[in-house]
Design a protein around this ligand. Sequence first.
Ligand code: C2O
Ligand code: CU
Length: 550
Amino acid sequence: AKTVHEKWDISDQFAYPDCVRKLAVTINGHTPGPTIRAVQGDTVVVTVKNSLLTENVAIHWHGIRQIGTPWADGTEGVTQCPILPGDTFVYTFVVDRPGTYMYHAHYGMQRSAGLNGMIIVSVPPGAGPDVAEPFAYDGEHDVLLNDWWHKSTYEQAAGLAAVPIVWVGEPQSLLINGRGRFVNCSALGLASCNETHPECSTPVFAVVPGKTYRFRIGSMTSLSALNFEIEGHPMTVVETDGHYVKPFVVKNLNIYSGETYSVLITADQDPNRNYWLASNVVSRKPGTLTGTAVLAYYGGHSSPRDVPPTTPPTGPAWNDTTYRINQSIATVAHPAHVYAPPPSSDRTILLLNSQNRIDGRTKWAINNVSFTLPHTPYLVALKDRLQGTFDPRPPPETYNHTAYDVYGVQPNPNATSSNGLYRLAFGSVVDVVLQNANMLAPNNSETHPWHLHGHDFWVLGYGVGRFDPAVHPATYNLRDPILKNTVAVHPYGWTALRWRADNPGVWAFHCHIEAHFFMGMGIVFEEGIERVGKLPREIMGCGSSNGGHH
Ligand code: C2O
Ligand code: CU
């Protein structure tokens, strides 16, 4: 195994992702940032210099479990103090498993400002059957999907915290590898619009007729659930979140923020024309133009710059929840890569996802507790036994699940806020059931993509309506559940997960919609803190953690 070195300078730069000039938080001047490519077992060392003038930063390696390095998880307030302007922080971690992963800012709503990218961990040559990919392909393309707003993240955050709330609204554009097109750019006569700017030129993915391609697709959206399609080319799903999937074929792929997939396509269509790649909003009523790129055939009579002769695919009906649940259910482990879960759990935590109010502000809450981050990172507070840095009362294990009407508006939407955390017995098996519900407004329930740091979990089952602990566990898939790090909780539905608390550290678990996490939709788990090695002092320096300057 080798060491992969990255040197990153984080700065604000003008960018034109959708042809409209906007300040973006960039890595070495770019958004998205560079793709990190490594081989399983490699050590990745990223030296991050914060050259933002006034803003902190922290970078999370999404899908990397940080076994033995919980301080490198990059979660501000959970595993580290923020990196201050002018400071440099070095992240060192091992990529222990091949697959498709991502990275992004984990400070405030900074991810939405453009600080994100992909991590691709390939299989070492000569790898055994445990690791080797159970599929073959001739070439690879990487696709990072995103949504994009013209308002700054500060304006968005201030709106979310205002009374009454100023919602961020639907994105101005959908981006593919950081490029898109704002529908009204030239029509509005925007001075900031430059439709010939190279940063918003349409991405082109080249294919040779007859060859099979692996597309690695990741979603870093701040809000949108997406549906991704390659016109005329059915996709065989083979990997998700670093785990091999029992192959199944889809016309288009639903992908939620924080998820990654690999799909295979064969370039077997008419090679004398090009085809659209399209990303469309699902699960929320779309208000954004289809995000597009071009699949360009080589060797035919078309040029890579030829615009496909068709209109881009518009995806399935945005509100067809059943269509999306079916894909979720079809995603199970590849038969040769089944890691069976423990047959039972030691603890079940039932988590109601609800929209609430606190002092007139709109919040998201879990079991009526809206999450706030402490000023001292939990990892430091717990390991170094610092007192009084967070709420010592554990958050609730369940909600009033026998009486709660998940289809109705909560009669009393008031909630409390807390920075308490769940402490898991080291090595124990925990079940978490995420229960969705109606929002503050009637007849509305959203999709929430939940992401767990430090672990993959088995996805044991999905259901619609209220989860019944006496009935539904009997329906769990204990035979070949997929392991993932991000999973959808569908409208009015529940999703059941299981994992073993065997990775010493403190791990965030939250909705990957940037605005929802900002509004309190998350929790934190601690496990095996006494087994965590000596903390690097570089993660300290904020709150009660003094960085060793005794
Ligand atoms: Cu990709 Cu805590 O997030
Ligand atoms: Cu959410």
